[in-house]
Structure formats: structure tokens, C-alpha cells
Design a protein around this ligand. Structure first.
Ligand SMILES: Cc1cc2nc3c(=O)[nH]c(=O)nc-3n(C[C@H](O)[C@H](O)[C@H](O)COP(=O)(O)OP(=O)(O)OC[C@H]3O[C@@H](n4cnc5c(N)ncnc54)[C@H](O)[C@@H]3O)c2cc1C
Ligand code: SF4
Length: 338
């Protein structure tokens, strides 16, 4: 499948200055519309001529979608807030350091300056075949090119795959799940608020989408409740190139301790499945336990139960076992694939 990277196909460009106007435009143009935030994912699709929307709704002029503010029970981050702003904001650094750590590990400084938090959690799969325009399941076809004996699937899923084995590539998503964030959506039927983990969907629900956004929907803000503010956090990302790269895997945990006893915990991993996974069984197994190497070891083993590797990604099983283990001990080790 040839990919042409010269000029983009023509579309109508709309630059609304309010959420109401943006939402109306999206509703009017339905499935022919495209929301553009920082454009890092959007322009890839448009310049490769693989997605061809008729109407582009650019959110960059909507001030109410930008910024980080205190709300009665926590903090609200506008969807158009850049990743750099998220990394640097004193309130996020002080109370929700898990999110600033995760955002700081996204790509490069230039990408973080332009990329938004809303775009980061709404970005599409990075599977080679899909991004190159091959007519696979996710693109509406009837085959998965990655899930074959010779398919390039080193980066792909080890859990919960159904026809499509692509993974969600966001670094901020697992941190937001661990922080129990809420995603605020503007829809044709009014405002809806989704728990972070329910914002993301897998192929079992809809193989063509990675989240609950449908034509006419807008993600307006992400709220961090105070419940996990100032908890003990752990974030780790493993990637091929440490300068900048998408995650081969990442893990995020938020923990409340009483002495050495784990009172409460939330753990999420990404790049192992089509959606970031909250590890509820692992959380249940360590809640009330002493935070010891043995507890962490058992948690790591539990996390990978049911994992099924593809031809070239068996390394992800010990990687996940060790990342989960370390998200409980809080100690980063040099070796991760033993
Ligand atoms: C070279 C490169 C390397 C990268 N490396 C990493 C990495 O290591 N880790 C990582 O996590 N990410 C990485 N990314 C992704 C990047 O961080 C961007 O955050 C992400 O691509 C999209 O953010 P954006 O603001 O540019 O959104 P856009 O590209 O404009 O939008 C992305 C998608 O989300 C939708 N969307 C965006 N905002 C909204 C909204 N408010 N409401 C409804 N829909 C919306 C758009 O329609 C589009 O489908 C990388 C990207 C590139 C190009
Ligand atoms: S993994 Fe998913 S996106 Fe990639 S080729 Fe298979 S169906 Fe397409």
C-alpha cells in the first residue's frame, strides 16, 4: 500500500472559539468530521492520506479547554493543555507527581510542547500495518497482518487480544487510571463523565476505536480527585530508545501505606493490550499485605496470568511481571527481563 506524504487531501477547516460551537460543528458534520488538538497524530493520518475527513475542527482557539485549575475536590486539566504544561505545573508536581512523571516521558520536548493531554489519551494505535494503510480488521478489513507467524508484532499485545493485537500507546493513560481520574465529555446528549478506565475500549466493544469518543463527541477536561493526591507513586516506562520513543510497556501505581502495610493501591499498565489495563486482581492480592519483596514477587506472577505472546513479543511477559513487581516495591532495577 503506497503512502504519499506530499500534500493533504482538501478539507474544510473550522476554528471555533467555544466548546458549544465546536460541538455543534462536530454534530453537523458527524462521521465526516475530525477533531484536531495538537495535530501530532492527526497530521500523520491526513498527510498519509489514510484518513480523509471532510471537516476539520481545530480546537486550538478554544481558551476554555486550556489550563489547570483547582476544583472543590481536586484538580481539573483542560483537554487542550499541553503535556509540557502538565509536566511543569506546581500543583500537579506536588500532589499528582505520577502524572507529571508520565507526561515527562512522552516523546521529545518538541512533541510535549505541541501535544495535548486530551490528544495523548485519545491517540490511535501505532501498529505498522494499520498506520501504513493496510486494510486490516481495525481499518474495516477482515485480516490482522500483525498476528501471523511472520507479522511484525514485537510491540503488540499479550493480553485481551481479539482479532486486533495492537496496543494503546499512551504514557499518561495508566497514570490517569492509577489516579482514578474522570474524563469529562461533551456529547450531543449533554455532558458525560467517564472513569478513566472506562474511557478506553478494546476490540470486543468496537474494533475501529480505542476510546468511547464517537462522531460529535469532545473530550473537554480530565479531573483528578483528591483521593490519591500525595500518595506514594511509581511510574516506569521501558522503550527501545531512551532519547524518545513510544513505550514497549509502562506501569503506574498509586499506593497508600500504613507503616509497611499496603492500605490501598491502584495499578495500571499500558502497551500490553488494546486498552490500558487496571490490574484489579493484583490490587486485591496486595491490599492489606506487608510491602515486601515476596508480596511484590507474587503480584508480578499474578499480573501475567493468562498472557499469550505472539511470535516476537514473548519478552513482554517477564517485562510485565517485573514492572508490576517494581511498582509495588518502588525500586527500579537495572535488569528487567530475567
Ligand atoms: C514521533 C512521535 C512520538 C511520540 N511518542 C510518544 C510517546 O513516547 N508516548 C506517548 O504517550 N505518546 C507519544 N506520541 C503521541 C503524542 O504524544 C501526542 O500526544 C499524540 O499523538 C496526540 O496529541 P495531540 O494533541 O497532537 O492530538 P491530535 O493528534 O490532534 O489528536 C489525536 C487524536 O485524538 C483526537 N482528539 C484529540 N483531542 C481531542 C478532544 N479534546 N476531544 C476529542 N477528540 C480529541 C483527535 O481527533 C485524534 O484522533 C508521539 C507522537 C509522535 C508523532
Ligand atoms: S494488530 Fe490491529 S491494527 Fe495491526 S494489523 Fe492487526 S488488526 Fe490491524
Amino acid at each position: 500500500m503506497a503512502v504519499i506524504r506530499d500534500v493533504m487531501p482538501a478539507f474544510q477547516l473550522f476554528q471555533p472559539t467555544s466548546v458549544t460551537d465546536a460541538q455543534k460543528l462536530l454534530e453537523d458534520h458527524g462521521s465526516e468530521s475530525w477533531v484536531m488538538a495538537g495535530g501530532l497524530d492527526s497530521f500523520d493520518w491526513l498527510k498519509d492520506r489514510i484518513k480523509r475527513p471532510k471537516a476539520l475542527v481545530d480546537l486550538s482557539g478554544i481558551q476554555e479547554l486550556r489550563g489547570i485549575r483547582s476544583i472543590p475536590d481536586g484538580v481539573e486539566i483542560g483537554a487542550m493543555t499541553t503535556l509540557t504544561e502538565v509536566v511543569r505545573h506546581p500543583l500537579i508536581k506536588e500532589k499528582y507527581g505520577l502524572l507529571s512523571q508520565a507526561a515527562e516521558l512522552v516523546a521529545s520536548p518538541q512533541i510535549r510542547n505541541q501535544g495535548t493531554l486530551g490528544g495523548n489519551v485519545s491517540q490511535d494505535a501505532r501498529c505498522w500495518y494499520y498506520r501504513a494503510g493496510w486494510p486490516c480488521y481495525r481499518a474495516g478489513g477482515n485480516i490482522c497482518y500483525a498476528d501471523t507467524p511472520v507479522g511484525r508484532n514485537r510491540e503488540h499485545a499479550i493480553l485481551g487480544a481479539e482479532r486486533c493485537v495492537a496496543v494503546n500507546p499512551s504514557d499518561t493513560a495508566p497514570a490517569l487510571i492509577a489516579l482514578d481520574a474522570r474524563f469529562v465529555l461533551q456529547t450531543p446528549k449533554g455532558q458525560q463523565v467517564a472513569d478513566a478506565e472506562n474511557y478506553f475500549i478494546g476490540p470486543d466493544l468496537d474494533i475501529t476505536r480505542m476510546n468511547v469518543l464517537r462522531p460529535g463527541y469532545l473530550l473537554t477536561a480530565i479531573r483528578l480527585p483528591s483521593t490519591w493526591a500525595g500518595a506514594q507513586f511509581y511510574f516506569e516506562k521501558v522503550r527501545d530508545r531512551n532519547v524518545w520513543d513510544f513505550p514497549l510497556m509502562n506501569v503506574a501505581s498509586a499506593m497508600k501505606l500504613s507503616g509497611d502495610s499496603i492500605q490501598d493501591i491502584r495499578i495500571a499498565v499500558n502497551a500490553v493490550a488494546a486498552r490500558p489495563l487496571r490490574l484489579r486482581a493484583v490490587e486485591d492480592s496486595v491490599r492489606g499485605q506487608q510491602r515486601t519483596a515476596a508480596t511484590a514477587e507474587a503480584a508480578g506472577k499474578l499480573a501475567v496470568q493468562g498472557a499469550v505472546p505472539l511470535q516476537f513479543n514473548a519478552f513482554k511477559i517477564p517485562l510485565m511481571r517485573n514492572l508490576v513487581k517494581r511498582s509495588i516495591t518502588g525500586v527500579q532495577e537495572a535488569s528487567w527481563a530475567s
